[in-house]
Ligand binder design. Structure first.
Ligand code: SIN
Length: 409
């Protein structure tokens, strides 16, 4: 647990008399799923500023492939989703948080549809897939394997509509705006100092701030995360004196495309959910030696098994094998992954796809209570930047967009 801030309070020097001052009721820092969902829920009479480090379209949420977990099948049960989350979390989840989040999941997914998100359907009903650690098919997906892109399109359209439609205007979105530090006074968060090319350094004074800055994957050489995932939110919260916990817990996704010298690309767990095997360089389906749930064991177990197998075979990767699956299913379900593979000369249904684990999701983060309150008065947080107790030691697949929606709302 990290509780003490360093002696030098602010990262950058500033002269308060020379910096423009802006005022808001609520400052939302970050515009992935948690930040945008939060912005949409705030009373429209309050003045809100949302800041996004890059263009609002670029977030880890928008890169999500697999989907959003929620019990939508009458054969499934909320208690199954809760149990799977607890098992994947290796006994370290907070049961009350797990129960609250999984219970809200179906409603949060329906709400996304009201915002305009189009999920993939079969026979008029939301199509559900499986991923590691899930005992049932319960992952709603969109555009085949680009769920985050579609969900964020719908939420961004909604928040931009709100920003443009309000009279008087009470919602501003500042893109390409980097948050340098949280402002504190009397051990309370009072907003943030930000920088962007139009305003330079600016103080945004706010009665409440909500931290939704996402993850930290880019601290690692091999990661599925976009360039922006650099732990800025963790750092500014730490410097402001908020408690962080479990920061040693980084989740490694088992299957990241391995092409020596190229950047890494996620190959969704849904590929194994639809039946792909993991084989080593000798063709051995090695998960049989590690876990009876085979390729659909929770991802910490699969990542460790792959690493052990790579060491055993002295190879830099293992392979996803989809050759036994109908090519039409593969092509229709995974158009984005197919395209990425094609760029490297690989045919997804026909070729063995080289993969190995990569840093994927920051499990630790800023401690929040069940309402999203951090230990620093005036500062709230939601999404990957937090440690809420939902994930324990290892997040269940597709519980991340869900968590962002839950605490964002
Ligand atoms: C994936 O599609 O494998 C990633 C889903 C997740 O991280 O929950």
């Amino acid at each position: 647990m990290l509780t003490h801030a360093p002696k030098r309070r602010y990262l950058a020097r500033f002269d308060a008399k020379r910096v423009p001052h802006m005022f808001a009721d609520v400052l939302v820092i970050g515009a992935g799923i948690a930040g945008v969902r939060a912005a949409l829920e705030i009373d429209p009479r309050l003045r809100v500023i949302v800041v996004s480090k890059d263009r609002i379209e670029l977030s880890n949420s928008a890169w999500a492939q697999g989907g959003i977990a929620g019990v939508l099948d009458p054969e499934d049960a909320i208690s199954n989703h809760a149990d799977d989350t607890m098992v994947a979390g290796a006994g370290m989840c907070d049961k009350a948080v797990v129960d609250a989040v999984v219970e809200a999941a179906p409603d949060l997914i329906r709400e996304l549809m009201e915002y305009g998100a189009q999920f993939d359907k079969v026979d008029g009903r939301i199509a559900l897939t499986r991923e590691g650690g899930h005992s049932h098919r319960r992952i709603a997906h969109a555009l085949g394997d680009a769920t985050g892109k579609e969900v964020m399109r719908a939420l961004i359209d909604s928040v931009r509509g709100e920003a443009m439609g309000r009279e008087p205007s009470t919602l501003d979105i500042w893109e390409e705006t980097f948050t340098i530090d949280l402002l504190t006074h009397d051990d309370t968060c009072r907003g943030a100092i930000v920088w962007n090319p139009d305003h330079g350094k600016t103080f945004i004074w706010a009665k409440q701030a909500i931290l939704c800055t996402g993850g930290a994957g880019r601290l690692y050489r091999e990661t599925t995360n976009p360039d922006i995932a650099t732990a800025d939110g963790h750092a500014i919260a730490f410097r402001a004196g908020a408690e962080l916990r479990d920061m040693e817990m980084m989740q490694f996704h088992p299957t990241v495309l391995y092409i020596a010298g190229s950047s890494r690309h996620l190959i969704s767990e849904a590929v194994r959910g639809e039946g792909a095997y993991l084989v080593d360089a000798t063709g051995d389906r090695f998960m049989e030696d590690y876990d009876e749930r085979l390729e659909l064991a929770p991802r910490d177990i699969v990542s460790r098994a792959i690493t052990k197998q790579m060491n055993k075979t002295r190879q830099p990767c293992v392979y996803l094998d989809l050759r036994h699956l109908p090519p039409t299913l593969v092509n229709e379900r995974f158009p984005h992954i197919k395209q990425v593979c094609r760029e490297f000369g690989l045919d997804l249904p026909q070729d063995l796809i080289p993969v190995r684990p990569g840093a994927h999701y920051m499990i630790g983060g800023v401690t929040i209570d069940s309402d999203g309150r951090t230990t620093l008065p005036g500062l709230w947080a939601a999404g990957e930047v937090t440690s809420s107790g939902l994930h324990g030691a290892n997040r269940l697949a597709s519980n991340s967009l869900l968590e962002g929606l839950f605490h964002g709302r």
